[in-house]
Each structure stands twice: as structure tokens, then as C-alpha cells.
Design a protein around this ligand. Structure first.
Ligand SMILES: Nc1ncnc2c1ncn2[C@@H]1O[C@H](COP(=O)(O)OP(=O)(O)OP(=O)(O)O)[C@@H](O)[C@H]1O
Length: 265
């Protein structure tokens, strides 16, 4: 079943068009990697799908229901969104922050129940953040904060998870941890869209890739179809080698040199 269907999304910020005619669909059980150069519109698209930035035109449906028909609370139950580089400025403990993921599931004016605490605990265990439960979020490292925000999104038990560069602050061990977790959750039926800059990891962990360029969808499909040297040249203006890494048996990309000419980020 399609968890997300977006149709001809156009988006303007300050009278400047950022997204041009984006259509896509994602099924439950799929991990889709959103790739593209800096400024190509990945975050804008994720913010749009998270309901934070109304599209100027076009529409999208989640679980067969148009976005406009959801109440805020219904929408928050179904979509988990982890923004890029999020600072946590409030002095909450990690446990409190992860528990906030349960808010959409609580009855009106209700306190969290034992079940909510248990789900939050499991989300911390899955993300290896349980040992941080009593720490204040303001005292966390960038990578720990990133893992805690992923835990909060998992505690929400969404059906569609939007991750904006979820591994950008993580060391190589935790990069694998998050991407393996993403895959595991997808096997259990979750639909995932993750913006990723590491093209080799995107190819290895995503079923499909969507390549944005200047706010438009340049290519979409299996990693092998999208990550061609010609496509990488068009999107990133680099000459790249695309090959199969024998240690993982998946596609790997090495940027060799910038193509001639300058690109502004
Ligand atoms: N709040 C904003 N106000 C004005 N312009 C914005 C705003 N947010 C994004 N933009 C512009 O929209 C375009 C797309 O930005 P976006 O953050 O979506 O790209 P991105 O692909 O996520 O980039 P990156 O990989 O660098 O995170 C850029 O040109 C950016 O300058």
C-alpha cells in the first residue's frame, strides 16, 4: 500500500520557487533515499511532507487520506519527522524528550501511561540512548542529540518516517546503527524517506533513490539506475566512479574530481 503519494508539489519561499513539480510515492516497507546537492531542496521537500510548509500548489496524501483532512493530532500520530541539525535548547532530560514522541497518542489532558513509558524506553534502547535517559539534552554531544531525536520519532510509532540527514553527526559505527535500524523498521512496515549525502550508504541501505537538482526531480529509481556517472555529473558536477564494492556487494561512489566550471551551493 502507498503510504505517501505526492502529486505535482510546487513550493515557494519568499517569492522564490524552491520546489518544481515534485511527484513521488512511497510504500510501507520501503526505504527511500533523498539525495541531491546542497540547496537542491531536500529539506524543503521533507518539511513540506511533514506538514510544516504548505505547498504553493499540488497535494499529497498519507495512508490514502489527503493531508488537508488530517487534524494536527492525527497527522502527528502517523508522521515522524527528524529535522536537520536540531538544537535542543530546553532543559529536559532525554527520557522527557523521547516521551514527547508519545504526546499525539495521549488522551486529551492525559498524562503518559505505563505503556507510553515502556514504548519510550524501547525507542531509547533501539537507538542505544537508554544510558543517557537521565541526562539533560543540553549536555549531549551532537551525535547523541541526533540519536535522541530519532528515538523520539520512533516513540511516536509513525507509519511514515522522514529523516533529514539522520547520520550527519554520527561516527561510522552509529551511522551503520541508524541505517540498519531504518531498514529493520521498514521490514516491519514503516515507510522511510531519508535525506542522505553519503551516496554509497544511500545506495547500500535504500531500496530506491530520489535525486533532486535545483528543486526538481532529476531521477528516481533503483540505486543502479539513479547513480550513473552521467547523472552524478549533471547533479553534482563531479566526475565520479561508480562500482560494486566487493566487501558489501553494493554500489559505491567515489568522487574523482570536480568537473570544469564552478557551481554555487
Ligand atoms: N527559510 C528559507 N528562506 C529562504 N530560502 C530558503 C529557506 N529554506 C531554504 N531556502 C532555500 O531553498 C533552497 C533549498 O534549500 P534546502 O534546505 O531545501 O536544500 P537541501 O537540499 O536540503 O540542502 P542541504 O543539502 O545543503 O541541506 C536553497 O536555495 C535555500 O537557500
Amino acid at each position: 500500500m502507498n503510504m505517501l503519494v505526492a502529486h505535482q508539489i510546487h513550493s515557494f519561499i519568499d517569492n522564490r520557487q524552491i520546489l518544481h513539480d515534485i511527484s513521488l510515492s512511497v510504500k510501507g516497507g520501503e526505504c527511500v533515499g533523498l539525495i541531491g546537492p546542497n540547496g537542491s531542496g531536500k529539506s524543503t521537500l521533507l518539511r513540506t511532507l511533514a506538514g510544516l510548509l504548505p505547498p504553493s500548489s499540488g497535494q499529497f496524501s498519507i495512508a490514502d487520506q489527503p493531508f488537508g483532512r488530517y487534524t494536527r493530532k492525527q497527522f502527528a500520530k502517523i508522521i515522524g519527522y527528524v529535522p536537520q541539525n536540531t538544537a535542543i535548547e530546553f532543559d529536559f532530560t532525554v527520557r522527557d524528550i523521547v516521551l514527547m514522541g508519545r504526546f499525539p497518542h495521549l488522551p486529551p489532558f492525559g498524562n503518559e501511561r505505563e505503556l507510553d513509558r515502556l514504548i519510550a524506553q524501547k525507542a531509547m534502547q533501539k537507538t542505544s540512548t537508554y544510558h543517557l535517559a537521565n541526562r539533560y539534552a543540553t549536555q549531549l554531544s551532537g551525535g547523541q542529540r541526533q540519536m535522541v531525536l530519532i528515538a523520539k520519532a520512533l516513540a511516536q510509532e509513525p507509519r511514515l518516517l522522514l529523516l533529514d540527514e539522520p547520520i550527519s553527526a554520527l561516527d561510522i559505527r552509529y551511522q551503520l546503527h541508524v541505517l540498519e535500524l531504518m531498514r529493520k523498521m521498514a521490514r516491519q512496515g514503516l515507510a522511510v524517506i531519508a535525506a542522505l549525502h553519503d551516496l554509497s550508504l544511500a545506495a547500500r541501505f535504500c531500496d530506491r533513490l530520489i535525486l533532486l537538482h535545483n528543486g526538481s526531480l532529476l531521477a528516481a529509481g533503483a540505486p543502479l539506475e539513479v547513480l550513473t556517472p552521467a547523472m552524478l555529473q549533471t547533479a553534482y558536477e563531479v566526475d565520479a566512479a561508480v562500482y560494486t564494492d566487493p566487501s558489501t556487494d553494493s554500489l559505491a561512489i567515489t568522487a574523482i574530481q570536480k568537473s570544469r566550471g564552478e557551481r554555487t551551493p
